[in-house]
Design a protein around this ligand. Sequence first.
Ligand code: ADP
Ligand code: MG
Length: 472
Amino acid sequence: MKNNILNQKTENFASKKISWTSIQTEMKNKFGKDIYESWIKKIEFVNEFNDYILISVSTRFIRDWITSRYLDQILQIVKLYKKNINRIEFVIRNFESEEEKGSQKTFSSTSENENVSFIKDSYLQYNRIDPNKRFDNFVLGLSNKLAYEASKKVSIDISHCNPLYIYGGVGMGKTHLLNAIGLSLKDKNKVMLIPAERFMYQFVRSIKLNEMVKFKEYFRNTDILLIDDIQFMNGKEAMQEEFFHTFNALLDKGSQIIVSADRPPNKLSRIQDRIKSRFSGGLVVDIQSPDYELRHKIIKTKAEELRVFYSDQFRISSDVQNFLSSEIKTNIRELIGSLNRIISYSRVYNKTANLSEVKVILKDLLNLSENIVTIDSIQSTVCRFFKISKNEMLSPRRSRYLVRPRQTAIYLTKILTSKSLPEIGKEFSNRDHTTIIHSVKTIEKLIKEDAELRSSIDNLKNQILYNKQNEV
Ligand code: ADP
Ligand code: MG
């Protein structure tokens, strides 16, 4: 009995994200890949209320940026899906406050400097060194070893590899390494870790507020300047000019510069050639996609951390670990994200997720998007399973041997796609939406009472979502 309720909840838990996925697709079309990847993708959907939705981003800066540029259009798109939504609210994800605390510590040593104190606060907010991203919890593999070693090297012996340029795709650990360098040097040096977007933002802001002198002074006063995601530096000439001079001034005085990017220096599209050639002149290292071994090592390490943290309450079984390591190949962020998602599921329902549940929880990550889960594929799979023909399933006949499979297919369509009741009705020979509700309720009820049906449904779900015949 309890299991069935959980099964239901697994569906709800996963389905919450589905409509946001469609909204994201819509936004990607509307804003184009660049803006989407840089900003919009950072939005996480939190919840839906009567007339507004709640979304979250990790920092105030991202919130402000999105609000000032894209929010109106995002609202328009959301309204396409739900007319009565008339506003969007943001929350800033929790960890920000901790990071801010961390950065205050970092910069306390500069507070004596009168000259910079005036604008210090505004930079302070942007100088976030995350105490959780350290060398000692950076898991090593073939793909990231070089970048790790170079990062270690500059932390021990600054300005010998200058600048250090680390590049690689998203979620590969670049920001982690920049943080680790910052953390290990911050006690003895003035460290500034800033995403390139923020550098631009501050630059523009300083011009507006007539604070250019302080801006320059501030940046030229750092011993270690870490600029994250330099590919986003696409500012006007004047800004690149300033950046170039800051850069040279820092190199001249023996400060260490570390830059991260998603591509090698010569592929940076909007950056002046002389800056690119400065980058190429230092040490350039890349981080490649993690292989199975590294993915497994990361999953194992994180699962162990979680096990200790939750004092054994939520174990990630070894088959789930193996599954994640072999299926989530894109990057390390997604890998860790998938683990966190499983844990939040476990916390909400106070239960360890088994492999079947994990597949449902991670449906979208596993590329099991709705394009794959079509009503047609559900109908075919269910027909094959119950050995009836599609015509029979779609016919008006009410023989018992047809009714149950039909209801099952309707139920699976409801939970595995985001189709509305009338849409589902239409696909089942124009059945009325009340028939659809009835079918869903009947199966929900039966699942609680009938172990055999429950296992059939589990099996079917697995086949539909994962295209596998064998149930786990
Ligand atoms: P990037 O900046 O390259 O997009 P991040 O540094 O933000 O990627 O990494 C994404 C997530 O994965 C972070 O939570 C980071 O701590 C984690 N991560 C990345 N690489 C490793 C690794 N080798 N060991 C442990 N955690 C890692
Ligand atoms: Mg990063």
